[in-house]
Design a protein around this ligand. Structure first.
Ligand code: XMP
Length: 552
């Protein structure tokens, strides 16, 4: 299988480059920008397949400041290179060109004019890079609107590099080498606001690098199952299940590949779950053929650990610590032989965000507790961790899930945080509050599932999509505030509930879902009519940033 390697210098949009190219049917891997490129390249860090091209990502840094440099071998390995933003500046700088700060940072949509006629413009036409360059330039309209975000620009091109596109602000926007298969864009073709973006990436991947579109989910599933089977053999495997899409799909993959007697699934009912969650998880896994499903009921333990805690980080820490304690205890209780494998539903993005796989470490805003644990660390040291989804993005996991016959309800499920309702009950958590929130949240979600999504033009339903499908994540939050109301003729002093619904690509940023007012009004009425403890409903209209998706 052909693949494109992306060297990540820390841009916010590096992952998007990978996504877009995978959508074109070509496998991508993201590596830290300064990875050592060994002599086998094409092949560095390549688990399988043939590297056909390298992309240098953007970066928040400057080449003349502390911006990371790629291994110089990328310039002698003979592979086609595509520099995007910083990637282009890096390439130009490393080859002896000049990069300087702009008087004013450029951000957003900017027009670009392209000299498409390679032959007419280039007196060295016929040089080694001519055919690829012509093919690359075909993807561009002579004028198009690009999307840029940069504070530096090329002020002198390195020998061999030539300008084919210029921004309306007068700076080089498209650069191609005369002889070598090197291409550079000052803008971001991976961003959806960039016209011609997908065509440009496609021209590089197929036209310049000559990749075949061999990345399909069927093929991936086949590959992963074969690898899984030979690595695990007849040993037992333990998978920790959260009930979400990722761990359920990982479970399905194990159950569809190994003997059901080998597969042990463990799920903790913390009492901080959504309504009927445990029942649903159990039913789903049993339908997939699970024989050894260990459900640990530990609601009381979690509620006592949370007693008296109001600070969000203290709550998260208490939950994380208890998870670890119970995990150790329950796994020991299973009495599996030492050689068992531990499976996790880790995704490609989880690796990136935890700084394990690639790229830079995200700054800590909240301690997401479920990335690691002493058990995982021990098993990892022993080389006994299996992460069969660690090359997939979320929507690819959904596709894999469908292929493996996972229930559509699970596949379409919104994400749910590890600490569960504890981070949606602001302040101290109690059993009573969990019950109130569970009830209100279930009504909210049920309403979203039965209401059609509005069409973009304001008309009725789009392809039978429900509001739930149109929304990336929705949930209710119980505030530690009571307010006065009236029920019948009697004064009521009820809790305030906030509804949250957002659109997002990956949870890193989020926009508020623009409900039709009527939907919100009807949902609010149903909640206050059905959940007596709630006296008032509000809608959270904060985007991320500056807010986060969860309230704690
Ligand atoms: P925030 O609140 O950080 O959430 O904007 C981003 C996404 O992550 C989910 N989230 C978590 N997921 N463990 C998880 O597995 C956690 O501790 C956690 N905290 C937040 C959140 O629901 C949203 O989808």
């Amino acid at each position: 299988m052909d693949k494109i390697l992306i060297l990540d210098f820390g841009s916010q949009t590096t992952q998007l480059i990978g996504r877009r190219i995978r959508d074109l049917g070509v496998y991508t891997e993201i590596l830290p920008g300064d990875s050592v490129i060994n002599d086998e390249i094409p092949g560095a860090a390549a688990r399988a397949g043939k590297v056909k091209g390298l992309i240098l990502s953007g970066s928040p840094e400057s080449v003349y400041d502390q911006g990371a440099a790629p291994d110089k071998k990328i310039y002698s390995c003979g592979l086609p290179l595509l520099g995007i933003c910083y990637g282009l500046q890096r390439m130009n700088f490393d080859q002896g060109g000049k990069v300087e700060p702009l008087p004013k940072r450029e951000y957003g949509r900017i027009g670009v004019s392209v000299r498409k006629n390679f032959v007419a413009y280039n007196e060295t036409a016929g040089g080694a890079n001519s055919a690829a360059a012509e093919c690359f330039l075909k993807a561009f309209h002579p004028r198009f609107t690009a999307w840029m975000s940069h504070g530096d620009t090329l002020t002198a091109l390195a020998p061999g590099l030539r300008e084919y596109g210029t921004s309306d602000t007068g700076y080089p926007a498209v650069v191609i080498h005369d002889e070598k298969p090197w291409f550079g864009l000052q803008f971001h073709p991976e961003v959806s606001h960039c016209e011609d973006g997908l065509e440009i990436l496609s021209a590089f991947v197929f036209g310049v690098c000559g990749c075949g579109a061999g990345w399909t989910m069927e093929k991936y599933a086949e590959e992963v199952r074969a690898a899984l089977g030979s690595r695990v053999g007849k040993n037992p495997v333990l998978l920790l299940i959260s009930g979400g899409v990722d761990s359920t799909v990982a479970g399905a993959l194990l159950l569809r590949t190994l003997e059901s007697d080998q597969v042990h699934l463990m799920y903790m009912d913390t009492g901080l779950m959504r309504k009927d969650e445990t029942k649903t998880v159990k039913a789903n896994l049993e339908r997939l053929g699970a024989k050894h499903l260990h459900i640990v009921h530990c609601e009381d333990e979690f509620l006592s650990a949370l007693k008296g805690l109001t600070d969000p980080e203290a709550k998260r820490r208490a939950i994380g610590d208890l998870f670890i304690t119970i995990q150790e205890r329950e796994v020991a209780r299973l009495g599996l032989p030492d050689n068992y494998f531990l499976a996790q539903g880790t995704l490609y993005t989880d690796l990136i965000e935890s700084g394990k796989g690639v790229g830079k470490k995200a700054r800590l805003i909240k301690s997401h507790h479920n990335v690691g644990s002493p058990l995982v660390d021990r098993k990892r040291k022993a080389g006994r961790v299996i992460e069969p989804l660690d090359r997939l993005y979320k929507d690819e996991v959904r596709r894999l899930g469908r292929l493996l016959g996972v229930d559509e309800e699970v596949i379409r499920r919104h994400p749910f945080p590890g600490p569960g309702l504890a981070v949606r009950i602001l302040g101290e958590v109690s059993r009573e509050k969990c019950d109130i929130l569970r009830e209100a949240d279930a009504i909210f979600i049920e309403e979203l599932k039965r209401r059609p999504a509005p069409r973009a033009d304001g008309g009725a339903a789009q392809n039978n999509l429900s509001l739930y499908d149109d929304i990336w994540q929705a949930f209710a939050v119980l505030l530690p505030v009571r307010s006065v109301g009236v029920a019948g003729d009697v004064r009521k002093y009820g809790w305030v509930l906030a509804l949250r619904a957002i659109t997002s690509a990956d949870g890193m940023t989020a926009d508020v879902y623009p409900f039709q007012t009527r939907d919100l009004l009807e949902i609010s009425t149903r909640i206050t009519n059905s959940v007596k403890a709630i006296g008032r409903v509000t809608y959270d209209i904060s985007s991320k940033p500056p807010a986060t998706i969860e309230w704690e």
